[in-house]
Design a protein around this ligand. Sequence first.
Ligand SMILES: [Zn+2]
Length: 194
Amino acid sequence: MTPSSSAVNPHVTIVPPRFDRPEVEIRASTRRKKTGAAHWSGSRIVVQIPARVRGRERVAFVDELVERLLSQRPQLSAGDAALEERAHVLAELYLEGVRAASVRWVSNQQSRWASCSPSTREIRVSSRLRQCPEWVIDAVLVHELAHLIEADHSSAFYLLADRHPRQGDSALFLEGYALGLGLRIETGDVDAAG
Ligand SMILES: [Zn+2]
């Protein structure tokens, strides 16, 4: 009897990034019988699935695992490193990989959800957003990242920011969230060069 009687190396397939999700690496393993799993590996999502799942069933199986991972809310406990990593992923997806010098949570922003300093390329996100769904934080991050390219709220800016498909939903969500918290949110989120 040899250990090779069961497949040791899972079969790997790479699915290129799409508009709404990053690159996905599918690892089909004969060791998995029914359940799958997904995790982040840098800016790629790695999905492990049973090798017996094929064809359209496989596509649906993978989609569900990816969607579940994308909808999780790690930001509740996540620190600045995770926030910055998320910003990198979003920048790759929507904004040709534009890079901020730093992306961090701040607790001293009472009247803004987030802000950007184009001169220093720093992005700050209010820790109040930790309570929000991840897609809201994603939309806010894409908005701030777009300011690294277009500082003003110009039509060119909105063409970039609106590449995130839920930018409008996010604005509505945050309007309601501000009402619920009794906050008065300023529209200005870009700090002038100092
Ligand atoms: Zn803005």
